[in-house]
Ligand binder design. Sequence first.
Ligand SMILES: NC(=O)c1ccc[n+]([C@@H]2O[C@H](COP(=O)([O-])OP(=O)(O)OC[C@H]3O[C@@H](n4cnc5c(N)ncnc54)[C@H](O)[C@@H]3O)[C@@H](O)[C@H]2O)c1
Ligand SMILES: O=C(O)C1=N[C@H](C(=O)O)CCC1
Length: 326
Amino acid sequence: MLSLRPHHTTFPRTSPWLRWGRHAGAAAPHCLSAAAPALALETAAGPGSVSFPILVNGCTGNMGLSVAEAAVLRGLHLVPVSFSSREKVKKTIQVGQTDIRIYGPSAREDVLSSVADEFPDVIVVDYTAPDSVNSNAELYCKIGLPFVMGTTGGNQQLLYKSVQDSKNYALISPQMGKQVVAFVALMRIFAEQFPGSFSGYHLEVLESHQASKKDTSGTAKDVIACFEKLGVPYDMNRMVKIRDPEQQLEMVGVPEEHIEGHAFHLYHLTSADDSVSFEFQHNVCGRSIYAEGTIDAAIFLHRKVQSKDSKRIYNMEDVLREGYMR
Ligand SMILES: NC(=O)c1ccc[n+]([C@@H]2O[C@H](COP(=O)([O-])OP(=O)(O)OC[C@H]3O[C@@H](n4cnc5c(N)ncnc54)[C@H](O)[C@@H]3O)[C@@H](O)[C@H]2O)c1
Ligand SMILES: O=C(O)C1=N[C@H](C(=O)O)CCC1
């Protein structure tokens, strides 16, 4: 029998994820079917729309490819190079009409320097791996390439310091899905307005992602920081991380076609005497919400660079507040 009860905790019996477990699939959220017809890749640069060069690092991966495709659809000019963590890789990836050449790590600095010379208004987008966050960011800062960091993990303090010290422009967010960003912002405002209001409550957190996800949900960490401000201490080691496809299908209720790409989050709060409970969820199937948000972030950052804004480091809340999105 499936049990995701973390040690020393009683998982709330009312959890919808356990309910979904009993009726696998029956109460799954409404997700777009993978069988939906794919959009043909064609540019959509209409009148008044903006276009500039965008280099997507990590095109060999799921997010990198999705962002590159979204960039073409939004009429941006895809710079035909990307990188890999390995020296020997498949040399090109086709996105729309563009053949993107993939370079190994040893060529990174030379290739990026040439890109900076050839495309002075380029924006770099990074969707690589947690252990590449800091070295990639340092290189973008060294060369002076403004970047959107979608990759989670790494040393976040160091990441911000690299950008601050170099005076480079960057937009950093572990969550590019605009509606999820708005939810996290709401939680932050909630915590700022009513600090300590949930003192004595107990928190359980579950997150489920595709098996290839290496790190813990960066979004869950941000939401947990809000709960801590609300008076609920939480040991991150207690977070239940589900990466097993069978559990995702049977217990979490992830639609089968999204086992390879989903992000489900459940936060359950219970009062000390068990008489009150609260539950929050944000469940994403596929990656289009992040790809779209990333393009909005790139457009936003491009405008900030072009206007030489004195503020250099941004997040997705800044993008939401200025309305740079469809
Ligand atoms: N900010 C967001 O909204 C958001 C959304 C989805 C995923 N993510 C994060 O983005 C990252 C990538 O996710 P994914 O699902 O695309 O993973 P993935 O494993 O499908 O792709 C990552 C790719 O990057 C490549 N790579 C690793 N190190 C590299 C390096 N140094 N240089 C160039 N390429 C390198 C890998 O070979 C792989 O092809 C993860 O950290 C994930 O948590 C963030
Ligand atoms: O698929 C991933 O990996 C995701 N990572 C981000 C996180 O860690 O919060 C955002 C959700 C998808």
